[in-house]
Ligand binder design. Structure first.
Ligand code: GLN
Ligand code: ZN
Length: 776
């Protein structure tokens, strides 16, 4: 546990633009928080030791922010699991099934809501806007009774004030809280949580009053939902909420923060509201806020917190450009402060620790710590003029120039190849019916062919082998042999189970993106670049830093080995270009479409190589296609255009009789139906078991013409579906998709499952396919 300096003297007051952030990573420099929480779960760490670690981490973080020169420091953004769950606790919206546990022990009850217990299901978890952070979805209904519980917010504020910081508590705002919620189990599906606003506002009033009484000058209400397309009714509700909270007598000043995109139609609502401050995002699509703000006549009489430093990506800021933006903003508000575009939760902690990177390249990176410094520099530049930060600007200019001029970011061969791509390169040469006939002839599969999505259980032995390879306990040959042994076992099992199209099981893949990132030139890996995915789960996304090329085949040897063991077709297995971008940090110095095209061309080589070594079926997974859909509908067509083009570019270099599969999961597919069709994949497998084949019907209604494998086995649970259950799902699918175009497969890969349930479930899946085939 890192120790911190002792309490500091109250901060000197800085006049003029301030430097601040909306939130900071919670983990601690060596993921101490994860260790403390998991230790508590395992019974190794006491509750009081956990609370002490948490308080120590908060203290260190605040001190680090103060040392970096931030003059206003957020509190309350810290969380033992998730800030939306913290809001659920703060407004007393504990689901009935967790009430007793929370009353008995608030800490254990909190973790029960987050993770469930033997007997009680957790809250559902879903993605926080278009980030890779997951929040716990509030469950509300007409009977929800809110009650203010300011203990956490007030406690953390007091801690920070006692340490001498100028602290600004952060709360998720009432509109976002309600719009991010869903109907509680047992409540009508069409129940709209926003109808609870009048009941919720008095609770927010109490929270605000309590924070004011504890010494908060300002409170930040996060309202990120305002950057999505909102209905007039929702905008009215926002105006009403802010009017009501603004009318409180004993209250702190209110800063309403928006982030992840432009505020759009919500901007005039915020400008007119009786609040003292507005936070806007000026990065990425949020850049449109600049013109929008001018168009509404600015924020007279208000404080503007200008998010000019990208809080979601890992690159250094263009300080000169940001200063220009900030200077323009000075004329559009009463006071302008400098911030990151959103909480720094979404970036790793400290780029200085990346000692294994080329030092030149490491200087292109800004993680949370470096971003705090950039914000401070910009605030100083805004206060004192650019001459006060001449040296910083010069260093920044040099780093930007080194990035722009580097051979990593500009590989002429890649550029030439990408520029030469034509529309025809992204189209299969033959129309689907012709391909389907050729593939039928080549593969000779039965009706309702059975297959899996790719991975088989990633057992402890596999993970240990990988760790052993890393630490040098085994050499590469020994590692390869262990993986081959696993492939042998997986192939033998599938033959015995009677599956029709086999997979090699992906034992050699640590992660479906990282595995490819490690082999592609232009991708970088970090050593300490952890970001919170959910709870105590942290991921280390690879960084798409340069022009992408493929120095050597990445998967063919595994495919060949697997195919050599069986006469049945083995699927080649790749991660698609959109997912390769979505689960990485992407470069910000060129359009995403260009990066996607480079990745697609590299993957296209792999597809062609797989075909050349005999793969008759190649699956290109795109589970992330839906999740990177832009937040604003107006931006979606352009995204779907480049995303589907990248997929087709990856997959269209093959012969008619090579069957291209794709796979998607975790999605409401409605918004991307047309895009799914535009992929022009011969077969698509999708998650469907939990939604009773709904997606099969949606595809049928949309006139989807190709083959479909709606999942009949929910792999997110250890539960083994019975043959009857899988057969019933198949019959339900047959009501939408004709037998000639229906596949039988699980919802997703099996890597998180154990062998016993995998075996039993797949045996039932195959039995169900046989049973239903016999009825045709
Ligand atoms: N082929 C991958 C697997 O089976 C797909 C994973 C995913 O869709 N997330 O693991
Ligand atoms: Zn999946």
């Amino acid at each position: 546990m890192a120790t911190s300096s002792t309490a500091t003297a109250p901060q000197a007051t800085v006049h003029g633009p301030q430097a601040t952030v909306y939130g900071y990573p919670r983990q601690g420099p060596n993921r101490e928080l994860k260790k403390a929480i998991e230790g508590y779960w395992a019974g190794r760490v006491s509750a009081s030791a956990l609370h002490d670690s948490a308080a120590g981490l908060r203290r260190d973080t605040w001190q680090r922010l103060a040392d970096a020169g931030l003059t206003e420091i957020p509190t309350g953004d810290f969380s033992l699991y998730d800030h939306v769950l913290d809001t659920t606790v703060a407004v007393g919206a504990i689901p009935a099934r967790h009430r007793a546990a929370v009353d008995a022990d608030p800490l254990d009850g909190y973790f029960a809501m987050a993770r469930g217990t033997q007997d009680v299901a957790p809250l559902e978890m879903t993605k926080w806007f278009d980030t890779n952070y997951h929040y716990l979805v509030p469950e509300l209904g007409p009977d929800t009774a809110f009650a203010a519980n300011p203990a956490k917010a007030v406690g953390e504020l007091r801690e920070a004030l006692a340490l001498g910081h100028r602290a600004r508590p952060v709360l998720l705002g009432p509109i976002s809280y309600l719009l991010l919620a869903k109907p509680a189990p047992g409540v009508a599906e069409d129940f709209q949580p926003i109808t609870l606003l009048d009941r919720l506002l008095p609770v927010y009033a109490q929270l605000l009053t309590a924070l004011r009484a504890a010494g908060a000058e300002w409170v930040q209400l996060d309202e990120p939902v305002l950057v999505q397309d909102r209905t007039p009714a929702e905008l009215n509700a926002t105006a009403r909420a802010l009017r009501e909270l603004g009318a409180l007598t004993e209250r702190p000043k209110l800063l309403v923060a928006t982030y992840f995109d432009r505020a759009g139609e919500a901007l005039p609502v915020l400008a007119k509201a009786p609040i003292e401050g507005v936070g806007l995002d000026f990065t990425g699509p949020g850049a449109a806020n600049l013109d929008d703000l001018a168009a509404v006549g600015g924020l007279p009489g208000k404080r503007l917190v200008a998010g000019v430093v990208d809080g979601r990506n890992v690159w250094i800021n263009n300080l000169e450009r940001s200063l220009v933006t900030l200077a323009t903003l000075l004329g559009l508000a009463d006071r302008v402060d400098v911030a990151a575009s959103c909480s720094l939760l979404h970036v790793p902690l400290d780029a200085d620790r990346e000692r294994e990177l080329d030092p030149q390249v490491a200087r292109w990176f800004a993680f949370a710590r470096q971003k705090s410094a950039e914000i401070t520099i910009l605030a100083r530049g805004l206060r004192e003029g650019a001459t006060a930060i001449t040296a910083e600007l010069a260093a920044n200019r040099a780093d930007l120039a080194s990035r722009a001029g580097s051979a990593l970011t500009h590989d002429p061969a890649v550029r030439a190849r990408t520029a030469a791509v034509t529309e025809a390169d992204a189209r299969r040469a033959q129309p689907y019916p012709e391909r389907a006939a050729a593939q039928r002839a080549r593969l000779g599969l039965p009706l309702l062919p059975t297959t899996t999505i790719g991975s088989f259980p990633q057992t402890t032995e596999l993970r240990t082998a990988r760790a052993d390879l890393r630490t040098g306990r085994i050499d590469s040959d020994a590692y390869q042999e262990r993986m081959r042994a696993e492939v042998r076992e997986v192939i033998a099992y599938q033959e015995e189970a009677g599956l029709d199209v086999l997979v090699h099981g992906e034992p050699e893949r640590n992660d479906m993106v990282q595995y490819f990132a490690e082999q592609l030139t232009g991708y970088l890996a970090t050593r300490h670049g952890w970001v919170q995915s959910y709870g105590t789960r942290y991921v280390r996304p690879p960084v798409l830093a340069g022009d992408i090329s493929r120095p050597h085949p990445m998967t063919t040897q595994w495919f060949r080995y697997a195919q050599s063991l069986t006469d049945r077709p083995v699927k080649g297995m790749l991660t698609g270009p959109v997912t390769m971008l979505a689960w990485s940090f992407v470069r910000d110095d060129q359009p995403l479409a260009d990066t996607a095209r480079q990745v697609a061309l590299a993957l296209r080589e792999e597809v062609t190589d797989l075909e050349a070594v005999g793969a008759a079926v190649i699956q290109v997974d795109e589970p992330a296609l839906r999740e990177t859909l832009p937040l604003r509908a107006a931006a979606r067509p352009a995204y779907l255009d480049w995303a589907t083009e990248a997929f087709r570019l990856t997959t269209s270099g093959v012969r008619a009789d090579t069957q291209i599969h794709t796979h998607m999961c975790y999605a409401e597919f409605g918004a991307i139906m047309t895009a799914i069709d535009d992929l022009d994949a011969d077969v698509i497998s999708l998650e469907a078991a939990r939604s009773h084949m709904q997606v099969a019907h949606e595809l049928a209604d949309a006139g989807y013409p190709r083959e479909v494998g709606p999942g009949v086995y929910d792999i997110h649970s250890p539960r083994v579906p019975s043959t009857a259950e899988a057969a019933a799902l198949l019959r339900a699918a047959l009501a939408a998709i004709p037998a000639q175009r229906l596949w039988v497969n699980p919802d997703c890969g099996l890597k998180t499952r154990g062998w016993p349930e995998t075996r039993a479930s797949l045996d039932h899946l195959v039995a169900a396919a046989r049973e239903v085939r016999a009825e045709l």
